[in-house]
Design a protein around this ligand. Structure first.
Ligand code: ADP
Ligand code: MG
Length: 235
């Protein structure tokens, strides 16, 4: 893995121009995420959670304030950040193996390193044997596992998860919650999870950031104590 990333979000505000009018979406959002932490963000629809993740991802560099990953201001996408969305977004004409390999195109790694990383990450999410499957041949849960493998393939410092389990049935969601926790423990990657499910946030994360809407801002930041159960290495 990469080095678990430290994230500093300092006084971040973001607005969009909608038909000539300014829509304030995020207002003075500040929080930090320690290296290797698992932090969840919850809040009502429209409070700017996905917008904030897009800023951290670097696909939108037009914001006020600072978002620093390991001390460097984020303004464009980089391999140090992986992402998983609610819909798997695997390319339908490529196999699972090809989908994961595609994300390594700009890694600068040798072919042997890429081949190993693809195999390792497919194994990490438990999809050995499905390398040659196309996305339509995978269940919803398996496709999301594939998306997680792709998101981690570049050994990012931080993995951003935007309601990754939101479209899954209850049983698959439970299973993948366990998988996310196992992967977080095993990989040491900093994780930021946006979810609608407060139970999921409490179960999985060290800290829960609660946001309010109009414009989106941090209302509360809660540290979750679960009798030490979540400590890495104690599993
Ligand atoms: P959440 O993920 O918390 O539901 P979003 O970040 O998707 O919220 O959206 C927050 C607000 O920003 C919404 O009002 C949405 O309509 C608006 N918004 C998001 N992206 C854009 C955009 N590209 N242009 C204009 N408005 C946007
Ligand atoms: Mg959203």
């Amino acid at each position: 893995m990469g080095v678990p990333g430290r994230l500093d979000i300092r006084n971040v505000s973001k607005s969009f121009d909608v038909d000539g009018r300014r829509l304030d979406v995020l207002s003075h959002v500040s929080f930090d995420v320690a290296p290797g932490a698992f932090v969840s963000i919850v809040g009502p629809s429209g409070c700017g959670k996905s917008t904030l993740l897009r800023l951290i991802l670097g696909v939108d560099g037009d914001y006020h304030g600072d978002i620093l990953l390991n001390g460097e201001r984020i303004s464009k996408p980089a391999l140090s950040r992986g992402v998983v969305f609610q819909d798997h977004r695997l390319l339908p004409w490529l196999t699972l193996q090809q989908n994961v390999a595609l994300s390594l195109e700009n890694s600068g790694w040798s072919q042997a390193e890429k081949t190993k990383a693809v195999a390792d990450n497919i194994a990490l999410v438990g999809l050995q044997g499905f390398e040659q499957a196309f996305p339509h041949q995978l269940s919803g849960g398996m496709a999301q596992r594939g998306a997680i493998a792709r998101g981690l393939a570049n050994r990012p410092d931080i993995l951003l998860l935007d309601e990754p389990l939101g479209a899954l049935d209850a049983l698959t969601r439970l299973r993948l919650q366990g998988e996310l926790q196992r992967i977080w423990r095993a990989e040491g990657v900093t994780m930021i999870l946006v979810t609608h499910d407060v139970d999921e946030a409490i179960f999985l994360s060290d800290e829960v950031i609660v946001m309010n809407a109009k414009p989106g801002r941090v209302a509360e930041r809660v540290t979750v104590e679960l009798e030490g159960e979540r400590d890495r290495g104690s599993a």
